[in-house]
Design a protein around this ligand. Structure first.
Ligand code: F6R
Length: 247
């Protein structure tokens, strides 16, 4: 694992954008794995700026998002389809037919999971996976559990995740209780992984991801077994890492 502790959220975003842009310059038909949430927002803004200013070309890029709420249609402003469209895809030249997000409206979620994993495989696998991390160390919506869920699957969201995500809704009762998420194996099969975290409320999760024992009770800890992971954090999210390094 490479760990980069930056001075600010903005610097964290810049480092992440550089890795994504570099990936696309080197392999224009890259397959990206993308995340939603607050953390990657500024990275998306920076990639849009690189697209506008120096023509970073997404025309051959394929993207697979990590997750979607179950029962949420793509035009619902709370959906991850909507988030990606309005924060990223509408501002770059990615082809709509190359954008993939799990279908939270699918009648058979298990079949949707199988379809999604097969599609990732068919496109040659994910070259670069961007991850955020939950306060409980979830990645995608793989919540702490007694086992690692391998493939794209239905998840029951943790109370802590529902509470954290309620900031995007009128109130907590509106937050969906279920989601469909790429599984741990799906994520681990990505050739490169970049995990981003910002803010002191992520410090413990980041510490557990980097130094904790590898356990499904801290899902991000599995990344210690991946051969190419870069963890990029701001100094607040990296606070416990720095303490560890000084010991
Ligand atoms: C989002 C996702 C989640 C988030 C995590 C952190 O697609 O899969 O794992 O990355 O919940 O969310 P933020 O960035 O909002 O703190």
């Amino acid at each position: 694992m490479r760990v980069i502790v930056t001075n600010s959220y903005d610097e964290m975003s810049k480092e992440a954008a550089k890795i994504v842009a570099g990936q696309i310059y080197l392999k224009p038909d890259s397959v990206l794995g993308l995340a939603t949430g607050s953390t990657p927002l500024q990275m998306y803004k920076k990639l849009i700026a690189v697209h506008e200013m120096v023509g970073l070309d997404f025309s051959q890029v394929t993207s697979f998002n990590l997750d979607e709420y179950i029962g949420m249609s793509p035009d619902n402003p709370q959906s991850y389809h909507y988030f990606m469209k309005h924060n990223f895809f509408d501002f770059i030249n990615i082809k709509p037919e190359n954008i993939f997000i799990p279908d939270g409206m699918a009648k058979d979620i298990d079949a949707e999971g199988r379809r999604y994993d097969a599609l990732i495989e068919e496109k040659g696998g994910i070259d670069l996976q961007i991850l955020g991390i939950g306060r409980n160390a979830h990645i995608g919506f793989n919540e702490p559990d007694i086992k690692f869920e391998a493939t794209t699957h239905k998840v029951k969201l943790d109370d802590e995740t529902i509470e954290a995500n309620s900031r995007f809704f009128e109130n907590e009762s509106e937050v969906p209780r279920y989601a469909i998420s790429m599984g741990i194996k799906t994520i681990m099969l990505a050739k490169k992984v970049v995990l981003l975290a910002s803010g002191s409320n992520k410090a413990e999760a980041v510490y557990n991801a980097v130094y904790g024992s590898i356990s499904p009770s801290a899902p991000a800890s599995i990344l210690q077994l991946h051969r190419d992971v870069t963890v990029i954090v701001d100094k607040e999210a990296g606070a416990l890492l720095q303490k560890h390094a000084q010991q």
